[in-house]
Design a protein around this ligand. Structure first.
Ligand code: GAL
Ligand code: ZN
Length: 680
């Protein structure tokens, strides 16, 4: 099926300049909460901390346009002037994440409707339906007014479209959206017959006689036709992207500054198709928050950062738009960061290609929904550990300004992530409804992260030239063309590692017959005749000593050789992991949900056989990444363990005056950044 993403040309503009000189440091600034005297203290303290950019205006619509068409720019002019006079750049947000109360009052029809048909209430965020022409008109009016007024302002160095599009309005099931969905289907398929054929609607007697009879998948989503479900997800992502593009077009017509919007790449749900969206932002930007019950939260951070780099053009710098100085307030038990963790987290993002580290938010709110969210300037004020660490981080980023603009060293491992597979795997009457897509993507990233092997997390259609290994974790939805590209990669000498439930359905969500893993059967030299999901508490032993939970398969070898076999249970004796030599390369299949130890053994063998480069040889607590600057390589060493670690390196510390002659001690929980070379 023709994928709509490939049909829409990129609108990305090469940014004429990065918004700041050196690395970007700052956060969301919401001055409307404070009196003007406080703004003066804010800019003074921003300078003290080394802040060089703030995101302004995210929630300001209601105050900038208190009544339709009546603008109040005075206070905003003053804030912008203060920032500009202090040399602080502005990432100016269109305020459309926060529709004003008068708009929601006059047009409640713009509020999204949930799958049960209940309309949202005012009082939250992103309370608008992306298909609403009424909302679009108002949003573009305030965007135009803002762009006309500040489009040429020298302090405006970046545009920030709305905020976390889809975070709050990811899906809408209203009648306006339903009509737009039908238009989308008409454009995609042409006729109702083509829709019926693609979705296989003959089953359960769901054949449509008219495109206008098609409804969004409301309620009981697990019983919805998988093709309908997948297309509604694609449509919803496109619809939100359409909103971004409409605002971006207005901004670009009035300003030369680059345009971005903040993505939400992390361990949460896949809200929209960022593989597609990334082609339309001038600066790829992310908001990342560590999750308290994630046992390896620093790896989630690294995974998200590696994905952001994978979404840039040619692995160029991206921007960490938001993270936190401590506890957020939207989790169950909000965790404060440990001493030193602010620096460790921020520099891990920078190591992986972020040209800056920004936070939500500058000054902690005393009122409003997020009054207990941490900030750069906490409730306690400057007499606090957080403030001291914020000043220290500002100093560190200034010392590291030489890495700005430089690429991260090229990775030899690519890991493919696909929103469509994530959506499809977690919907409907599937063999095992508790499987989590991110469990597999994280597992295969983790085993390399712990071994200091850099992984680029890429969209499925990304160029694979230059990589030695490509990992496809549960890549459920695969088109023929995508499968052919992986096969060509292997024939040319690459190695592919494909895990269970990959290649099972085509782009319309239809199962490929003839044995799983359908699209990759020939490449892998193996077929699965039956899936064998495990019950809660059930385990199966493996020949390598590991124990499988959740997922096993009845495999048959057709040219591949077993690497690990099932040692007991109903699949005993069959291959759980197999390797197939193909052309110049090899294709591995993992038919089981492996425990960490088994995945680590495979990673060790691949590192060894393929000679995959480790940034340094160190224990698993050390994260290590290089950036390539014109003045030589800069090596970041982050110690996640609670013991000091010694690493064999030489060079000059960039964070202080130390030099290293053959070894560096990275203190427990600490960070060392050095320019490599002979010690001075
Ligand atoms: C982000 C959002 C911010 C703030 C933050 C709190 O998702 O963009 O505005 O709410 O969460 O963690
Ligand atoms: Zn709607």
């Amino acid at each position: 099926m023709a994928r709509r993403s490939s049909e829409r040309p990129t609108t990305r503009r090469a940014p004429s300049a990065w918004p700041t000189t050196g690395l970007s440091y700052g956060g969301d600034y919401n001055p409307e909460q404070w009196a003007p005297e406080v703004w003066r203290e804010d800019v003074r303290l921003m300078r003290e901390a080394g802040v060089n950019i703030v995101t302004l205006g995210v929630f300001s619509w209601g105050l900038l346009e208190p009544r339709q068409g009546e603008y109040d720019w005075g206070w905003f002019d003053e804030v912008i002037g203060l920032l500009h006079d202090s040399g602080i750049a502005i990432d100016l947000a269109t305020p459309t994440a926060a529709p004003p109360s008068w708009l929601l009052h006059e047009h409640p029809e713009i509020l999204p409707v949930d799958a049960d048909g209940v309309r949202e209430q005012p009082g939250g965020r992103l309370g608008w339906c992306a298909s609403s022409p009424v909302f679009r008109e108002h949003a573009l009016r305030i965007t135009t007014a803002l762009a006309e007024r500040y489009g040429d302002h020298p302090a405006v160095r970046l545009w920030h479209v709305s905020n976390e599009l889809g975070g709050g309005n990811a899906r809408c099931y209203c009648e306006v959206t339903a009509a737009r969905f039908r238009e989308w289907l008409r454009a995609e398929y042409g006729t109702v017959e083509a829709v019926n054929a693609a979705w296989g609607t003959a089953f359960w007697g769901h054949t449509f006689t008219d495109l206008d009879h098609i409804e969004p998948p409301r309620r009981e989503q697990h019983k919805v036709n998988p093709g309908l479900f997948l297309d509604f997800e694609r449509f919803s992502s496109d619809e939100l992207l359409g909103h971004y593009l409409a605002e971006a077009a207005v901004l670009r017509a009035h300003s030369e500054a680059p345009v971005t919007t903040n993505f939400m790449v992390g361990s949460g749900r896949h809200v929209v198709d960022y593989s597609d969206w990334a082609r339309h932002v001038d600066v790829v930007a992310n908001d990342h928050y560590t999750i308290v019950n994630d046992p390896v939260r620093e790896q989630d951070l690294a995974f998200a950062a590696d994905r952001m780099r994978g979404l840039t053009a040619d692995r160029t710098p991206w921007l960490l738009m938001e993270h936190s100085t401590g506890a957020p307030s939207w989790q169950q038990r909000n965790r404060a960061k440990a001493p030193g963790e602010i620096l460790r987290n921020a520099l891990a993002h920078v190591a992986r290609g972020s040209d800056g580290a920004m936070f939500f938010q500058w000054r902690a709110s005393t009122a409003g929904a997020e009054q207990f969210h941490s900030a750069m300037l906490p409730h306690a004020g400057t007499e606090s550990r957080v403030w001291r660490e914020i000043v220290q981080l500002g100093d560190a980023l200034r010392r590291l300004r030489g890495v700005a603009g430089s690429p991260v060293e090229p990775a030899k491992v690519a890991l493919l992530v696909d929103e469509e597979s994530a959506w499809a795997l977690q919907q409907g009457l599937k063999p095992h409804r508790a499987l989590r897509y991110t469990r597999e993507t994280r597992l295969w990233h983790r085993v390399f992260w712990q071994r200091q092997v850099l992984v680029d997390v890429l969209p499925v259609d990304a160029d694979l030239d230059g990589y030695d290994l490509v990992v496809l974790p549960t890549l459920f939805v695969v088109s023929d063309a995508q499968a052919a590209r992986i096969e060509a990669f292997v024939r040319d000498g690459g190695t592919a590692l494909v895990t269970y439930l990959s290649g099972v359905v085509d782009g319309t969500g239809r199962v490929r017959g003839g044995g799983y893993p359908g699209a990759f059967r020939d490449l892998l030299g193996i077929t699965t005749e039956e899936f064998r999901p495990l019950q809660e508490g059930e385990t199966v032993r493996l020949s390598d000593g590991g124990e499988v939970t959740d997922w096993t398969e009845d495999t048959n070898l057709h040219g591949a050789e077993a690497v690990v076999a099932y040692a007991d249970g109903n699949s005993a004796g069959r291959a759980a992991v197999a390797r197939h030599a193909v052309g110049e390369g090899a294709a591995w299949y993992v038919a089981a949900q492996l425990p960490l130890g088994s995945a680590e053994r495979i990673a060790d063998r691949l590192i060894d056989e393929l000679g995959l480069p480790r940034a340094v040889e160190a224990s698993s607590g050390i994260e290590a990444v290089r950036r390539r600057t014109p003045d030589g390589d800069v090596l970041f060493l982050v110690n996640h363990s609670d013991a000091d670690e010694t690493v064999a390196v030489s060079g000059q510390s960039l964070l202080d005056d130390a030099s290293f002659d053959g070894k560096a001690v990275v203190p427990a929980g600490g960070v060392v950044v050095l320019r490599e070379g002979a010690a001075e």
